[in-house]
Design a protein around this ligand. Structure first.
Ligand code: IMP
Ligand code: MG
Length: 179
């Protein structure tokens, strides 16, 4: 895509797919005894979830939830609202939350608490990206794709005002930032 707002590439397509295949193998081996229920956090995680699920050689199930953090487009406030809840009951399920990116970690902290209260057997998190040094709470991530510098990134599910989600790689966002 030829667009001046797409900055330098942070993780290219080949690196993404290579790492996702490794994560899939790890998850496959860790969850042999009890295949996970994958919980994708919409919308950002949809592409990662789709590739990751195909890299897991187990009979996984899927569910999705949509959350929105109040605040500006490029910053989070830590106040999270559930826009779409899960369809499935989590009682005694081994839940693997699939997240696109952990910034402050506040969204994840909220999610973990909320899901745990539903009587899960276990909850772990697989985050594609973690921004280095920004976490306000310990995000306790079982699986991490890449640790990246704390700049705003787009692509592979991640957006700015709903744009750029379909880039097959992760790039820095070089456009104007929200106030
Ligand atoms: P946190 O609560 O600060 O960890 O923010 C997490 C959420 O903010 C992510 O799930 C994304 O939806 C969004 N977000 C954080 N950083 C970025 C970014 O660099 N690009 C796109 N979305 C982001
Ligand atoms: Mg997200």
């Amino acid at each position: 895509m030829n667009d001046a707002n797409i900055g330098s590439v942070v993780v290219d397509e080949q690196e993404l797919q290579q790492r996702i295949s490794e994560l899939g193998k790890e998850i496959t081996s860790d969850y042999q005894a009890h295949p996970p229920l994958l919980v994708g956090v919409l919308k950002g995680a949809f592409m990662f979830m789709s590739d990751l699920a195909r890299a897991i050689d187990l009979p996984v199930e899927f569910d999705f939830m949509a959350v929105s953090s109040y605040g500006s487009a490029t910053r989070t406030s830590g106040v999270v609202r559930i826009m779409k809840d899960l369809d499935l009951d989590l009682t005694d399920r081994h839940v693997l939350v699939v997240e696109d990116i952990v910034d402050s970690g506040l969204t994840l902290a909220y999610l973990r608490k909320n899901l745990k209260a539903r009587g899960t057997a276990s909850i772990e998190v697989c985050a594609l990206l973690v921004k280095e040094g920004l976490q306000k709470v310990d995000p306790d991530l079982r699986y991490v794709g890449f640790r990246i510098p704390p700049t705003f990134v787009i692509g592979y599910g991640l957006d700015v005002a709903e744009e750029y989600r379909n880039l097959p790689y992760i790039a820095e966002y070089a456009g104007p930032l929200a106030p």
